[in-house]
Design a protein around this ligand. Structure first.
Ligand code: ADE
Length: 232
């Protein structure tokens, strides 16, 4: 993997990484600022895609077409869907799907994309294994979970919805971009990984805890990514 695309939804999620880059060239495409350069000696393109699945998909397609990246890593925060997954813990994607894809009125199961051969996108196993190893090395006291990440154009702050995401899809955490990045990577045959740090519990407390823990959660993903790049 020579060139890695790194996508975060928000400035807070990518600014620390951008600040550590060298030999940087910046280009604005589709209103997104693509920062190409080196991070720990590795060729990377770091970009803030904005929130939601459309932004995430557009951004990933640009990384594929213009930058021809060999892999895409999505980093950021997420809401936990399980009691054992605590604030600031890390979730590494095994696979991901869109929980808000709903063609049930047309005879499809929730989450299934009509007329596509696949609706659950598998993360690259080499990247999953590396992320787990590096977590044990750089953030040994932080809980690390490997499982399904469910994405939708919804900030989840409701216990009923949260339960449904677990019952229906077996989700570990929820966010708003991962599955769109994964689907775009899949269509372009590019390996991908989603790494999310938990900022809230995706229930009534979500809005409050989100702002309190966002910074700690992001700090953990930055440490992890920084080290991963030295090993890729
Ligand atoms: N990102 C962080 N927390 C989230 C939540 N509760 N729902 C959706 N996206 C999130």
């Amino acid at each position: 993997m020579n060139k890695i695309g790194i996508i975060g939804a928000m400035d807070e999620e990518v600014n620390i990484l951008k600040g550590r880059m060298q030999e940087v060239t910046i280009k604005t495409i589709a209103s997104m600022e693509f920062c190409e350069g080196k991070l720990n000696g590795k060729e990377v393109v770091v970009v803030r895609c904005g929130i939601g699945k459309v932004n995430a998909a557009v951004c990933t397609q640009i990384l594929a077409d213009i930058y021809q990246v060999d892999a895409v890593i999505n980093t950021g925060v997420a809401g936990s869907l399980r009691n054992e997954i605590d604030i600031a813990d890390i979730v590494i994607s095994i696979d991901t799907l869109q929980h808000d894809m709903d063609a049930t009125g047309f005879g499809y199961e929730h989450g299934v994309i009509p007329r596509m051969d696949n609706s659950i996108f598998l993360a690259d196993l080499q990247l999953v294994t590396l992320a787990k190893e590096v977590c044990a090395e750089v953030i040994p006291t932080v809980g690390v979970h490997t499982g399904r990440i469910v994405s939708g154009d919804q900030f989840i702050s409701d216990s009923g919805k949260k339960e449904w995401l677990v019952e229906k899809f077996g989700g570990y955490c929820t966010e708003m971009e991962g599955a769109a990045i994964a689907q775009t990577a899949y269509l372009n045959q590019i390996p991908f990984l989603i790494i999310r740090a938990i900022s809230d519990k995706a229930d009534h407390s979500a809005e409050m805890t989100y702002s309190e823990f966002e910074e700690i959660a992001i700090g953990n993903t930055v440490k992890l990514l920084d080290r991963m790049l030295t090993k890729l």
